[in-house]
Design a protein around this ligand. Structure first.
Ligand code: CU
Length: 109
């Protein structure tokens, strides 16, 4: 039956199209310990996320300026984590609102 074949291949195409964008999204994990980020700089692909994990004994408040927006993860207690997405290529600075010496540069390619 020709119509069943067409439906089958249409479904395969739709599923492949739905899965592809998910594979492109990478997540890089950055730890916070000793009132510092685990890296001073990280390079990611456009559309990827950076996950910030608080492995410290004190609270942190990670934020980044992306264009005119401020991405603020709010108060992160020890053991908590949060993610920031970076959709446009560029160089972004991530800071902690509590500890001004904490700096991370995110390069988005
Ligand atoms: Cu902090």
């Amino acid at each position: 039956m020709r119509s069943y074949r067409q439906i089958f291949f249409s479904l395969v195409f739709v599923c492949a199209a739905a899965i592809t964008p998910l594979k492109a999204q990478d997540t890089v994990t950055i730890s916070q310990k000793g009132k510092a980020f685990s890296e001073s700089s990280v390079t990611i692909k456009s559309g990827a996320k950076v996950r910030f994990v608080n492995d410290d004994t004190v609270a942190h408040n990670v934020y980044a300026r992306i264009g005119s927006d401020k991405e603020d993860l709010g108060l992160q207690k020890p053991g908590e984590q949060g993610e920031i997405s970076f959709d446009k290529p560029g160089k972004y600075r991530v800071r902690c609102a509590i500890h001004p010496k904490m700096k991370l540069t995110v390069v988005v390619e």
